[in-house]
Write a protein that binds this ligand. Structure first.
Ligand code: MIG
Length: 655
């Protein structure tokens, strides 16, 4: 059952699709405090709190403060409070209850989940305006399903988006991309996509191509596609300010950019230097910007990633000049402990400065709204602009789309990737824990940069990460400029990498099928063990094993130099130890604790009691997978029933 309550006068986010009448009066179970602008909820000792989508720390969110405040912060350490996303859904579970709350408000929200007082969860608002949805379900899954129904069906990617993707900031030319693809092909490591980062553009201008380095782009896109490879260009939120650049000139002429208090266009800066921000909160602007994707669609592109849409701001013109003025006042002074750090922070705190988010305004249905009040739905609306455009421009075709910033509601238009992680073993585990939380919030197509974005990746980290991400929908290796190259052929054991990626392809009938089944029924694709083993105390506490679809449990190795790990089995399961798609052992293990050996080149998968996992022969790309080669790995000697979902993976589904 879902009840909706309203506090103040929230700005509509369009995050829900079902109209629910507002219930007046107190919110049962919650204490409202107008003075502190907060809501408080009592937690029982046995409660586990799930949710908040893309965030740091564990699957059980108890014991920390999380903030919905979309942030371009590339240091995802445990002491942080926000990442790039705001997904304000919390699920409180115990053997006795499964209650959830969804806080629909586009501004900053703070979730203190047993941090200040261990048995209290309090939610504090910058502006006390929100729609509060309280959901009571029969089970964890039932509560999630009700929420997912409320927010509408998730975005469906093309099937090729489940294949291996190779990315790097940046492949600088047609020759470099060709070389990457050719090397994957000659090493016989499957690949479906290559990502184009900012340098494919002409001076970082959205919807342009650098003609010198990427000449005859449509021909090149075709050449790649003929070889089974989709090129996926990046689109940034800021539009370069430049005379003669059509996107900039049109936007100025139509008055489509975000404005300052005085009505002048805000001048901010990102990659291209000075930029304007399209006012994505305005429907006309969304339509206009969305149509621009046609520049690339018409050249054969069928996938995009939307970046820097928190929005990330290096500086605003106004703030920068203030900083320069202030710096002058420090000239010739004897800088001491205070003044030195003030001075240092003047420049150090210039990017993504909270002040800057209060310097500009949006036009929301004729209402002038200061940016910080709607900050968390900016990226959502950029991706919505694209998603709506795809439905207009190519209604029958699925287009790959994922975004860095997000808010609930965006899940209907695209997926997410989790931003600038590091080549750290700890970040590999975080990437697994984020998956169930993302699924709860409607984000089904998602993943993290495999191998880590910044920092130098080692061969063992890359191998373990590819194994850990084996069932994660977005399977993309991405890394930053200046880091050690981490294309799979850059390391020593090509044969091992080939085996791992081929296994991914062999599992795509299961991965894609289970993903789609879950998506179409508002179900979870990846879930904490407690979703199935609800009364098993041990299972409820597990943070490093996850269920995938109806048949599989994963328990990957995530520590450097480990040759195995402890695994807890809530019931009897079959261990399948893969060295490659056709070289594996199977062993039925009884419920309980096990130490499982797992060499660096092995992927371990557990098939649940009474269940079945399909496996096919790999191919060089998803499109060439031959489902007639499917065989089934069964827990029992006698195969049980299994419904294998499949479709052509390209055509839109509009039921
Ligand atoms: O702040 O386009 O998260 O994936 O490679 C850097 C360059 C801007 C951030 C994205 C990252 C991408 C990078 N971008």
């Amino acid at each position: 059952m879902i009840r909706r309550y309203r506090i103040g006068e929230p700005i509509n986010t369009d995050s829900v699709v079902e109209q629910i009448k507002i219930t007046t009066g107190e919110i049962p179970g919650w204490r409202k405090n107008q003075e502190t602008r907060s809501l408080t909820f009592q937690l029982n000792d046995s409660d586990v709190v799930y949710g908040l989508g893309e965030s740091i720390r564990g699957m059980n969110k108890r014991g920390w403060i999380y903030e919905s405040n979309n942030s371009d912060d590339p240091i995802h350490t445990e002491d942080k409070h926000s990442l790039y996303a705001s997904q304000n859904f919390l699920l409180v579970t115990s053997p006795e209850r499964s209650v959830a709350v969804y806080i629909d408000t586009p501004g900053r929200v703070c979730f203190d989940i047993g941090y200040t007082a261990p048995s209290e969860m309090s939610i504090t608002f910058d502006d006390f305006d929100a729609d509060i949805y309280v959901i009571d379900g029969e089970s964890r899954l039932d509560t999630v399903r009700q929420f997912r129904k409320l927010i509408g069906r998730s975005y469906i990617p093309p099937k090729w988006a489940f294949g291996y993707g190779q990315s790097r900031w940046s492949y600088m030319s047609v020759e470099e991309v060709r070389n990457v693809v050719n090397t994957y092909r000659s090493e016989e490591i499957p690949i479906d996509s290559v990502y184009l980062d900012i340098d494919y553009m002409d001076h970082y201008k959205d919807f342009t191509i650098d003609e010198d380095r990427f000449p005859d782009f449509a021909d090149f896109t075709k050449e790649m596609k003929d070889d089974g490879v989709h090129l996926v260009p990046i689109i940034d939120a800021g539009v370069k300010i430049e005379d003669g650049y059509d996107v900039c000139e049109e936007g100025v002429e139509k008055d489509y950019f975000c404005k300052k208090e005085n009505g002048k266009n805000l001048v901010a800066a990102v990659w291209p230097g000075k930029v304007y921000f399209p006012d994505f909160l305005n429907a006309d602007v969304r339509k206009w910007f969305g149509n621009k994707y046609d520049f690339l669609l018409s050249k054969g592109i069928d996938g995009f990633w939307n970046d820097m849409n928190e929005p990330a701001i290096f500086y605003t013109e106004d703030h920068l000049s203030e900083v320069f003025e202030k710096i002058d006042t420090y000239k010739g002074r004897n800088l001491d402990i205070r003044s030195f750090f003030e001075f240092k922070d003047l420049v150090g705190a210039i990017d993504n400065n909270p002040e800057d988010y209060r310097r500009f305004y949006h036009d929301c249905n004729g209402q002038k709204v200061r940016h910080d009040k709607v900050h968390n739905i900016f990226g959502y609306n950029m991706t919505r602009a694209a998603g709506d455009a795809f439905r207009r421009l190519c209604p029958n075709k699925r287009i790959l789309m994922f975004s860095r910033a997000s808010y609930v509601g965006m899940h209907r238009y695209g997926g997410v990737w989790t931003g600038d992680n590091k080549s750290w073993w700890s970040h590999m585990l975080v990437s697994l824990k984020q998956q169930p939380a993302l699924n709860m919030c409607g984000f089904m197509y998602s993943g993290s940069d495999i191998g880590g974005f910044t920092g130098d990746c080692t061969e063992d980290l890359m191998m373990r990460w590819l194994e850990l991400a084996m069932f994660i929908p977005l399977y993309r290796n991405h890394s930053a400029e200046g880091t050690r190259r981490q294309e799979l052929y850059c390391f020593g054991h090509q044969d091992w990498f080939r085996n791992i990626v081929q296994l991914r392809y062999a599992l795509i009938p299961y991965i894609y099928g289970e993903f789609m089944k879950a998506l179409l029924s508002d179900d979870m694709y990846m879930m904490p063990l407690s979703f199935v083993y609800a009364d098993d105390k041990r299972a409820i506490e597990i943070e490093d094993q996850v269920l995938v679809g109806e048949s599989v449990m994963v328990a990957p190795v995530y520590l450097q130099n480990s040759t195995g790990r402890s695994v807890y089995l809530p019931e009897d399961m079959k261990l399948v130890r893969f060295r490659s798609f056709d070289d594996y052992d199977e062993e039925v293990l009884v419920a309980g604790d096990h130490y499982i050996e797992c060499a660096l080149n092995e992927t371990i998968v557990f098939v649940r009691k009474g269940h079945v996992m399909p496996l096919c022969a790999p191919a060089k790309c998803v499109n060439e997978l031959d489902y007639s080669t499917i065989k089934y790995i069964c827990f029992d000697a006698e195969p049980s029933e299994y419904e294998l979902y499949n479709d052509d993976g390209l055509e839109s589904i509009t039921i």
